[in-house]
Design a protein around this ligand. Structure first.
Ligand code: GLC
Ligand code: CA
Length: 565
């Protein structure tokens, strides 16, 4: 099929269903709630929705553990209401992409239940089963020293067959054996099922992990916690398998794909996304810019470093230029809220708008995560019992076991937990933030700041973060330079300023962001005299011009977007 690459004009809104909107009054977000909010989503000016998993799941990892790929989790609705959502979205000009989670299933998936019953079961080889060893006392020991990223060791013992299964994530998420052609045929079948129903593509969960190095050797290089990772990250057959999915399925539909790719570098990404006959994914979710205040993971925190953030942004803009397409995001369901990380809660409104401007005008397809558009912030967890996520629980357990002080561990959880982005969306100042009816207990505590921070209040304020997002998205869609232009960064060594331009024949755009709680002076870049440009967007009421000494004064967290035509 001839591809028109419609995704290059798209802006996506990500829904994490459990916390988006409860439509049937049981305290859990669902598709009835989505139906109610389709007009709101369309009002943002976005052109698509990415649904985090909606499928049947025991929710060990909130839907990223799937027990039935072709049915909707009953808490969220059923296929009929999904079809209504899909039709309603399409009627509003919104495409819909699904989360495709095929590195692993749930341990409750019928394939896995069969798989663990005997070595001869036809489903046995759907998963990665290995023999282990015995220690001196005769107890079984795992096949290698790999760690799970979420829960202890990467192997779990099954006494019934005296074998171990691999789970790179939680115990309830056994890895599929993608080397088995029958498993790949199942993946094709799942893709066709949703594409035939009318969905427009997939966000492919940890897709770069699906192929493991043969022999799966123990890892003596990595630090405990991540042992094994280098043997399945960007593994030996990943391209071959994605080519198969492309040729047999994706290329027959007018759809798009975005692959999640932890730790990916541009050299490793290009073979997937470079436009041409070998391309297997339209774009990738990369991670470097999500590590501007940490080392590889949110759980190794460092002070926020603007130069690291800018370096990551600019590196990907440059390295993919003219070759491949970027996926742009600063928030999702796996990280704390960005205002609380890279912005400032004290300057919440200003910094939320600045963060929007910092990425929405880059080259690529932007994704906005639910609640990001109203500047939702991190919450506070008083104890680990208030933190539902399996990975936070695991971090807590490991650190407590190694003798850390509880208060230090909770401080880290409060800094790093991805649960922060999973509190219910704050719709109004009513009880439960309008997420679910008054008197019903929401599945996860609403952030107490909902009285001031909510959609209804943001709708009222002309200068709200919400309306800034609307203006920024509209501007992005209006200006061809945002889709086509080249990218240029200025003030690269500044610890306060992020300044970038987009340039094409006849149209240029300059974005200025002052990442600081104080005033910063900037000499405008050559060719970008503010008095000659048109100020199209800003986060203060006025925009004082360049002073007689040639400096442009920028107030705390001020951002401006100028267009030159
Ligand atoms: C991806 C998802 C994350 C999930 C993990 C395992 O990183 O975004 O939420 O826990 O994969 O499926
Ligand atoms: Ca519900």
């Amino acid at each position: 099929m001839e591809r028109n690459r419609w995704y290059k004009d798209a802006v996506f809104y990500q829904i994490w269903p459990r916390s988006f909107k409860d439509g049937n009054g049981d305290g859990i977000g669902d598709l009835w709630g989505v139906l109610e909010k389709l007009d709101y989503i369309a009002s943002l000016g976005v052109t698509g929705i990415w649904f985090s998993p909606l499928y049947v799941s025991p929710q060990a990892d909130y839907g990223y553990d799937i027990a039935d790929y072709k049915a909707i989790n009953p808490e969220y609705g059923d296929l009929d209401v999904f079809q209504q959502v899909l039709d309603g979205a399409h009627a509003r000009g919104l495409r819909v992409i699904m989360d495709l989670v095929v590195n692993h299933t749930s341990s409750e998936h019928p394939w896995f239940k069969e798989s663990r019953t005997s070595r001869d079961n036809p489903y046995h080889d759907y998963y990665i089963w290995r023999d282990g060893g015995r220690d001196r006392e005769g107890n079984p020991t795992p096949p290698n020293n790999w760690d799970s990223l979420f829960e202890g060791r990467a192997w779990e013992y099954e006494p019934a067959i005296d074998q171990w299964y691999l789970h790179v994530f939680a115990k309830g998420q056994p890895d599929l054996n993608m080397d088995n052609p029958a498993v790949r045929a199942e993946v094709e079948d799942i893709m066709r099922f949703w594409l035939d129903m009318g969905v427009d593509g997939f966000r492919e969960d940890v897709i770069t992990f699906i192929s493991k190095v043969e022999g799966m050797p123990s890892d003596h290089l990595m630090v405990p916690g991540a042992r094994g990772l280098r043997f399945y990250e960007n593994g030996p057959h990943v391209h071959e398998y994605l080519e198969q999915f492309r040729d047999n399925v994706l290329s027959h539909y007018d759809c798009m794909t975005v692959g999640e790719a932890p730790m990916i570098t541009p050299d490793k990404a290009l073979p997937f996304i470079e436009e041409g006959p070998n391309q297997t994914l339209d774009m990738m979710f990369t991670f470097e810019h999500m590590c501007a205040d940490c080392l590889f993971t949110d759980y190794v925190p460092l002070p926020f470093n603007l130069r690291k953030l800018k370096g990551a942004f600019s590196k990907w803009q440059k390295e993919l230029d003219g070759k491949a397409w970027n996926a742009l995001y600063i928030e999702n369901h796996d990280h704390p809220r960005v205002v609380s990380r890279y912005g400032s809660e004290a300057y919440r409104v200003e910094s939320a708008k600045l963060l929007a401007a910092s990425y929405l005008f880059q080259k690529g397809t932007p994704f906005v995560y639910q609640g990001q558009e109203i500047g939702m912030t991190n919450t506070h967890f008083g104890s680990i019992d208030e933190v539902p996520d399996v990975s936070a629980q695991n971090q807590y357990r490991n650190r407590m076991a190694s003798g850390a002080k509880e208060s230090d561990v909770m401080a880290l959880i409060n800094r790093a937990a991805r649960d922060h982005s999973r509190t219910p969306v704050q719709w109004s100042a009513e009880e439960n933030a309008g997420f679910c009816p008054a008197g019903v207990e929401p599945w996860f505590a609403v952030n107490p700041n909902y009285h001031g921070i909510n959609v209804a209040a943001a709708e009222e304020g002309e200068d709200s973060i919400l309306n800034f997002y609307r203006k920024a998205i509209a501007l992005r869609r209006e200006l061809p330079v945002v889709r086509e232009g080249s990218y240029k960064e200025f003030k690269r060594v500044s610890n306060e300023l992020y300044v970038y331009a987009r340039e094409m024949e006849g149209q240029r755009l300059l974005v200025i962001c002052n990442f600081a709680d104080h005033e910063t002076l900037m000499r405008p870049p050559a060719g970008y005299d503010p008095s000659l440009g048109e100020l199209r967007l800003g986060n203060y009421d006025d925009a004082p011009g360049t002073r007689p000494d040639g400096f442009l004064p920028l107030r705390p967290w001020e951002c401006r977007v100028y267009v030159y035509e």
